[in-house]
Write a protein that binds this ligand. Structure first.
Ligand SMILES: O=CC(=O)O
Length: 330
């Protein structure tokens, strides 16, 4: 690790090691601009270290920003969050301390949309099961009569047509899919035309007509458990649910039941609740489930861009300049 430079602004990070630490490859770059202070440093010496911290750098949703932490950081100006989702941050509480928030929506939208298509294709064509069959020591089950769902020409319903949902639509168009979408706000007609997407004002309508349903919206009190037992029952028995948003967008117990009883065909999930799922969770035992460990933005390029964007936002805030990607309270 590079030497600490006490003259640089103090930036709080969760730590350097383990799943909630910052990316190891990024440490050297961050230390060109900041004196990185870990949660552990802070906890061990709150009164000395707290006043030096001017920004919090949130990576993998850590450290958690609560009232007690905010009270111990009197010089804090900005919470810079890696990723687009903000459901783990209490924006009102943070604003009440006069602290700004920034995130990295552009950096994550393409890789997350790619991941959505990867999951859709994997579930439709049973790629994970196929890999297991092809690599199994028992070659008797090797079969070409083993069928999936055709993607070309099928109907994709996208729920949440923000930048990620829109990029999913651009990709799905290349697969000649019919695209339906549901969103709080209808997109401009030229944007709809560019990807050939049809707006469904009623969510039920989208659910009934889609072969694939992709969840690409953020988690808010309004979208929590938006897909429950009733919504799953509206879907086709062959339908595949893809979730690249947040686990809590779906009533997970209802989903397990729907997958076990053939109410829907399959699910491909990059997110769940909790993460990771307990090892005895029923979703882990189902053949018609493809699971990935919340890796929508997990590419070298995206993660580096996220870090660069956050450095830019922190430096702008410390210099009193307009903050790129500032999150404004609605
Ligand atoms: O989960 C990923 C993000 O919030 O961008």
């Amino acid at each position: 690790m590079a030497m600490e430079d006490q003259d640089l602004p103090g930036v709080l990070v969760s730590g350097f090691e383990g799943p909630s630490g910052i990316c190891k490859d990024h440490v050297g770059e961050l230390q060109k601009y900041f004196n990185l202070i870990t949660m552990q440093d802070l906890l061990e010496n709150k009164t000395q270290v707290g006043p030096k911290i001017q920004a919090a750098y949130i990576w993998n949703r850590k450290p958690a920003i609560d009232q007690e932490l905010l009270q111990s950081l009197p010089a804090l100006k900005i919470v810079a969050n890696a990723g687009a989702g903000l459901d783990h941050l209490d924006l009102k509480l943070i604003a009440s301390f006069g602290v700004k928030v920034a995130n990295t929506p552009q950096a994550v939208s393409s890789p997350t949309a790619d991941m959505g298509m990867a999951l859709l294709l994997a579930a439709a064509r049973r790629v994970v099961e196929g890999h297991q069959l092809a690599t199994s020591p028992d070659t008797k089950s090797f079969s070409t009569n083993w069928l999936g769902q055709e993607v070309t020409g099928s109907t994709l319903g996208i729920i949440g047509m923000g930048s990620i949902g829109y990029k999913v639509a651009q990709r799905a168009r290349a697969f000649e899919m019919n695209i339906l979408y549901h969103n709080r706000k209808r997109r401009k007609s030229e944007e709809e035309e560019a990807v050939g997407a049809t707006y469904c004002e009623r969510l039920d309508d989208l659910l009934q007509r889609s072969d694939f349903v992709m969840l690409a919206m953020s988690l808010t009190p309004q979208t929590q458990r938006l897909i429950g037992r009733r919504e799953l029952r509206l879907m086709k028995p062959t339908a595949i649910l893809v979730n690249i948003g947040r686990g809590l967008l779906v009533d997970q117990d209802a989903l397990v039941e729907a997958l076990q009883t053939g109410v829907i065909g399959a699910a491909a999930l990059d997110v769940s609740y909790p993460e990771p799922l307990p090892r005895d969770h029923p979703l882990l035992k189902l053949k018609n489930v493809t699971l990935t460990p919340h890796i929508g933005s997990a590419t070298h390029q995206a993660r580096w861009q996220m870090m660069e964007n956050l450095i830019g936002s922190i430096l702008a805030s410390l210099n009193g300049l307009p903050i790129p990607n500032e999150v404004l309270l609605k």
